[in-house]
Design a protein around this ligand. Structure first.
Ligand code: G4P
Length: 529
């Protein structure tokens, strides 16, 4: 198949949600359609069952959770689909944000009884930064749910995004009768639902066909549906694919992932509406995915996946061209030509060596410690450099020191290396060197990972004192004198290891106070440097 065709059939997306909204269940159903797994329960078995895709670290096994994000590739209807999985529990990490940098679109799963929840909010914010398409799957309609109009209203008001319901739920919970497909004017009837891969046959039904509707969903619900669709057709946003493609309008689907209801129509519409890999910005200008020149960037580094090897695994998103296993490529930041060692793609519990891969795909390579987050690997002749991945604001902070002062060297080395991988962020107070290391993380589980890795890989035990800071901001004012800032007594000035100035705060109130009292102070909650 020609390069262009290979790339155009690729769809690379991430699924985001608040824990328990149904992300894993939906992913699993999508994989079932792709024939990538044979049975439900293969993606995540909580405490008891089979372990998930990304259970490489002992720590993950102990906790019965999946810390790391992984990638699953499968074929469906001529498309080659890459799903970027994001950690699905409360303690998500900066990896989750970075994974969104590798996606071309995002599917947001929302629990119909709960609406927008905190983690959805955070992930949406990062997604919206990139203006990529966002699709919404409102899940769990087989249970009691909130009013669908209210849910749409919440999305529009909180996220400032237009919504376009592709289908409309007919009741919910015990009264759930199915969904009405607005475009095709069809009813997908919940009573006819099947599990597994079987298709539910939609029933064509105009809203004017009263008798048919009454026999399908009953008179009461028919009246309600007709009224609601009328309201929707009159009052909602018009469908505009251009707006969908730049993340200004989210197509909304209602369904039940658990019951496998509405998942297939969702997948089919989604694949048509979302984009194939998009051009990406480099310092030399945009690079087209179908360019003959290979390019990729590092968005995730995973240490210690295989205890027998000390190597790390580095994940790259291919942005243009074709990757070939035996070719030489150029690592911009290292300034070296290299062959990527044992390139792999991941599928559920299996890892496969890949001989070739295309723009849109993710490959993992063994890394002796040369790559950092955001690095570019490209063609040896036509070099490009991607604009790095932003550093996102940590929300939890701790002061750490080694228990045994004789192990100072290992401690510093370990902390610096783990930070360089992007597993934690480290800060220090100006002029204090590495005496007092402040560690910042997006999810508290990262602290545990740090402790575990320092002990297992560097043989260092640490004492950790959690700090009450909750917010960090990069100081972006070009000429501000940090020493003369007027700040509340519990606000602290720190620097990252690149020497950037930052402020850490215990509350939003203190941030506003700092902005109020210091003219010209510019603060940002992520950094692109
Ligand atoms: P997550 O990855 O977003 O954290 O959510 P996950 O898919 O694990 O789903 C969380 C819980 O919600 C699971 O139940 C799952 O079975 C249930 N669930 C997911 N989709 C639906 C749906 O459409 N309808 C209903 N009624 N439930 C749904 P659990 O009891 O916590 O876990 P499990 O023991 O079933 O694995």
């Amino acid at each position: 198949m020609a390069l262009k065709d290979q790339i155009e059939r690729r769809r690379t997306f991430a699924i985001i949600s608040h824990p328990d909204a149904g992300k894993t269940t939906l992913t699993e159903k999508l994989l079932l359609y792709g024939g990538a797994i044979q049975s439900a329960g293969s993606v995540k078995g909580k405490a008891s069952a089979k372990h998930a895709v990304s259970d490489w670290m002992d720590l993950e096994k102990q906790r019965g959770i999946s810390i790391t994000s992984s990638v699953m590739q499968f074929e469906y209807d001529g498309y080659c689909i890459n799903i970027l999985d994001t950690p699905g529990h409360q303690d998500f990490s900066e990896d989750t944000y970075r994974t969104l940098m590798a996606a071309d679109s995002v599917v947001m799963v929302i629990d119909a009884a709960k609406g927008i929840e905190p983690q959805t909010r955070k992930l949406f914010k990062v997604t919206a930064m990139r203006n990529i398409p966002i699709f919404t799957f409102i899940n769990k309609l087989d249970r009691e749910a909130r009013d669908p109009f209210e849910l749409l209203d919440e999305l529009e008001k909180e996220f400032g995004i237009g919504t376009y319901p592709m289908n409309w739920p007919i009741g919910c919970g015990v009264d759930f009768k199915g969904v009405f497909d607005r475009e095709r004017r069809q009813i997908l009837n919940f009573n006819q639902m099947h599990h597994g891969q079987e298709k539910i046959k939609p029933i064509e039904c105009e809203l004017t066909d009263t008798d048919k509707l009454d026999s399908l969903i009953g008179e009461y619900q028919r009246r309600e549906l007709v009224d609601q669709i009328e309201l929707l057709d009159g009052a909602s946003f018009d469908f505009d694919l251009e707006k969908v493609r730049c993340g200004k309008l989210t197509p909304v689907f209602f369904g039940s992932a658990l019951m496998n209801f509405g998942v297939e129509p969702f997948l089919e519409s989604f694949l048509k509406m979302t984009t194939s890999p998009l051009p990406r910005a480099t310092k030399e200008g945009n690079i087209e995915p179908t360019s003959e020149n290979f390019s990729a960037f590092v968005f995730k580094i995973q240490a210690n996946m295989n205890k027998a090897h000390r190597d790390r695994m580095t994940f790259m998103r291919i942005c243009s061209g074709k990757f070939e296993r035996d070719r030489e490529y150029y690592h911009i930041q290292g300034g070296k030509t290299l062959r990527l060692s044992q390139p792999q793609q991941l599928m559920a519990e299996e890892r496969q060596i890949v001989n070739e891969a295309y723009a849109g795909d993710i490959i993992g390579v063994f890394d002796p410690g040369i790559f950092s987050i955001g690095d570019t690997v490209c063609d040896t002749k036509n070099k490009v450099t991607f604009e790095g991945i932003p550093t996102f604001a940590p929300e939890h902070f701790a002061l750490i020191e080694q228990k045994d002062t004789l192990k100072r060297k290992q401690f510093v080395k370990g902390v610096e290396q783990i930070a360089q991988e992007g597993a934690i962020q480290i800060f220090h107070e100006p002029n204090s060197g590495m005496e007092r290391v402040i560690v910042g993380v997006v999810g508290v589980l990262q602290f545990e990972v740090l402790e575990y890795r320092l002990k297992n890989e560097y043989n260092v035990d640490i004492i950790r004192n959690n700090l009450s800071y909750q917010h960090i901001r990069w100081v972006k004012s070009p000429d501000i004198d940090m020493k003369s800032l007027n700040l509340t007594s519990d606000t602290r000035w720190v620097q990252d290891f690149k020497g950037n100035d930052l402020l850490i705060f215990t509350s939003e109130w203190n941030i506003n106070w700092a902005l109020d009292k210091n003219e010209g102070l510019i603060l940002e909650d992520f950094s692109k440097e």
